[in-house]
Ligand binder design. Structure first.
Ligand code: EPU
Length: 597
């Protein structure tokens, strides 16, 4: 049977936020065969896609231009391994609440603390849902998925799922690669509750004078949830909007407690880190009940952003940004959303628009280098691209430290490198604060990787000096690749004779240090909304486009808007240069923010 696609599908009622949004294309699947057929369709191959479960942890910011795949795989069964272990296996499209209620009826202990959570079974490992002292990852035995990359059904063990706090492989490298089909949970036959560490559950035990049963715990959990969280049938929300931030214990004691001695904390598995309840921070930042349009900080539980009626996605996002800003100002901590914000918007921040020497050039006193216009102050070339909640840095310039502080960068998901010249990679060591105990992903060509292994040899030694930055180098070729669900297309270009790479993300392309775009790459740059391209100066250069050469390329590619970058002082002052450029072509400047899709 050929798959059925619905066009212009309303998604509002498929999410718990209940905020209107539409998908250009929508298709559901009830079994693996249907999914396989969908994945072979033209509609899938030509569009970006998003897999929807129960819609309880997602916010569509505007309409989704691609294909929404809705998992409706049903079926629950159990299989007794031995006297103490029963595997409960459920289809990804089963309701989480119904499945947990079934385990309780079957006398299977383990999931009772996770009662009443909206959403689907398929979403539970993605988010590693957790509540009242239990995280689902600790009870997951295996996750059966479809691997889009290798076109096969694979079974990942709990270890391979790499569960962390509200985190898993499915939110990282596996995003856009694995579609969860079925989940197997390792439970044990017992009517007595397993985990009573959470304060109110301990009290329940004291009140009853015995260990409560799994159904008593489930009832208690549901009643605590009902008292704090909005009723999804009446008030739209996605549960906790932010994750509880994890900070170094040193920072908590020395900085946070100095600001407010009452800030609570939870211990984590790592003795160097503590988790701070974001709800407490938001309430004590004075934001209880604060609203933007129809979006409100839910007064009963400030960690929830609620749709109190008619909220628009933009209002929720504006509210979230406000909450983040105030909490950062007040407590020095950055909150990160737990909710998956699905956004086709691409925000590009030009971190540096200057050539390798920067502007002003050391020792130069020309009018441009002496200009007081901040737009004539050009740091070395680099850009920050933010889309779908993913933050990507293109090139790590020697000015990266200054650029990141200026742009307020507190975290990055990965860096993309265009080539190995110092002005594009000189800031690698300054990524150290953003490595934060993890291995920082970098995408680059093999020859650039080889070169960086020599230049940054101290980072790649077997026994490195403690505290050096650590990088996970991903070698790329001509093929498109994914970073946390963002599709990136490499463009092969020539910097003089040196083959280097530019990047296209959606309808945005970033090409720096180009002299020539090979004929066979031109088609990859069709239908662009925004192009950022280098234009060094008017005078010829063996490895860089001049302004006139860049304008010739723009005539061929016909992007809707173009911003020129990698400029030296010879282009003249920004205010004069911009007047000389044709319509829809602009000189970039440091700090410029461009929005596209
Ligand atoms: N608090 C406040 N003001 C508030 C909210 C909370 O002062 O407005 C204080 C509470 O008094 C308490 C502390 O902050 O001392 C923690 O509050 P609570 O236990 O209610 O929530 P949490 O630990 O921040 C997490 C999960 C919830 C889960 C609960 C219970 C996250 C992001 N959230 O919240 O999960 O139900 O623990 O286990 O980890 C969800 O993810 O959607 C969700 C609801």
């Amino acid at each position: 049977m050929t798959p059925i696609f619905e066009k212009d599908k309303d998604l509002g009622h498929l999410t718990t936020f209940g905020i209107p949004a539409r998908a250009a294309l929508y298709a559901s699947f009830e079994n693996i065969e249907q999914l396989k057929r969908l994945l072979l369709s033209e509609e899938f191959l030509e569009n970006e896609f998003f897999v929807l479960g129960g819609g309880s942890n997602v916010l569509f910011n505007g309409d989704f231009k691609g294909l929404v795949l809705h998992c409706l795989i049903k079926g629950i069964k159990k299989y007794q391994k031995d006297e103490t272990t029963v595997f409960a296996i459920a289809g990804g499209g089963e309701s989480w609440e119904d499945f947990v209620a079934w385990t309780i009826r079957e006398g299977l202990a383990g999931l009772e603390n996770l009662s009443g959570i909206p959403g689907t079974v398929g979403a539970s490992p993605v988010q590693n849902i957790g509540a009242y002292g239990v995280e689902v990852g600790s009870l997951i035995h295996k996750v059966e998925c479809y691997d889009i990359m290798n076109r096969e059904v694979v079974t990942l063990s709990a270890e391979q799922c790499r569960f962390g706090y509200r985190d898993s492989i499915f939110k990282n490298e596996g995003k856009g690669r694995y579609i969860v089909l079925r989940v197997s949970f390792k439970l044990h036959p017992s009517s007595v509750a397993t985990n009573l560490e959470y304060g109110p559950l301990r009290k329940l035990e004291e009140k009853l004078g015995r260990r409560p049963s799994i159904s008593e715990v489930a009832d208690e959990v549901v009643s605590i949830r009902n008292s704090k969280l909005p009723d999804p049938k009446k008030i739209g929300s996605a549960g906790s909007f932010f994750k509880n931030p994890v900070v170094r214990i040193f920072f908590y004691k020395e900085v946070m407690l100095a600001l407010n001695p009452d800030i609570p904390y939870y211990e984590t598995d790592d003795p160097l880190y503590v988790k701070i309840p974001a709800g407490w921070l938001i309430e004590h930042a004075g934001l209880k009940g604060y609203s933007v349009g129809g979006a409100e900080v839910y007064p009963e539980q400030c960690l929830v952003l609620a749709n109190k009626g008619g909220a628009k996605a933009g209002e929720v996002i504006e509210l979230a940004e406000h909450v983040k800003k105030v909490v950062l100002e007040k407590f020095g901590v950055t909150l990160h959303p737990e909710v998956n914000i699905v956004d086709s918007d691409i925000k590009v921040t030009i971190l540096g628009s200057g050539t390798s020497k920067g502007v002003p050039e050391v020792g130069c006193f020309c009018p441009v280098c002496r200009s007081e216009d901040p737009k004539d102050n050009r740091l070395r070339c680099s850009a920050l691209v933010e889309t779908k909640g993913v933050r990507l840095l293109i090139d790590i310039s020697p000015d990266f430290r200054q650029q990141s502080i200026r742009a307020g960068i507190t975290a990055l998901d990965a860096a993309l490198v265009t080539h190995t010249h110092y002005d594009h990679v000189g800031g690698f060591d300054d990524l150290r604060p953003l490595c934060g105990g993890r291995i920082f992903p970098v995408y680059l060509r093999k020859e650039v990787n080889d070169d960086l292994h020599h230049r940054l040899d101290y980072c790649f030694r077997e026994h490195p000096y403690p505290g050096v930055p650590t990088f996970d180098m991903h070698e790329i070729d001509d093929a498109p690749f994914m970073i946390k669900g963002v599709k990136i297309l490499p463009i092969n270009i020539l910097h003089g004779k040196l083959p280097i790479v530019g990047y296209r993300i959606g309808d945005f392309a970033y090409l720096t240090d180009v002299k020539t775009i090979p004929e066979e790459e031109i088609y990859k740059l069709r239908d662009l909304d925004v192009l950022v391209i280098n234009a060094l100066r008017y005078k010829d250069h063996f490895a860089h486009l001049t302004v006139d050469e860049a304008l010739e390329i723009i005539k061929v590619l016909k992007p809707k808007r173009t911003y020129l970058t990698h400029m030296c002082h010879e282009v003249g002052k920004h205010s004069e240069f911009e007047k000389k450029l044709p319509e829809n072509v602009y000189p970039a400047y440091d700090g410029l923010v461009i929005h596209t899709r």
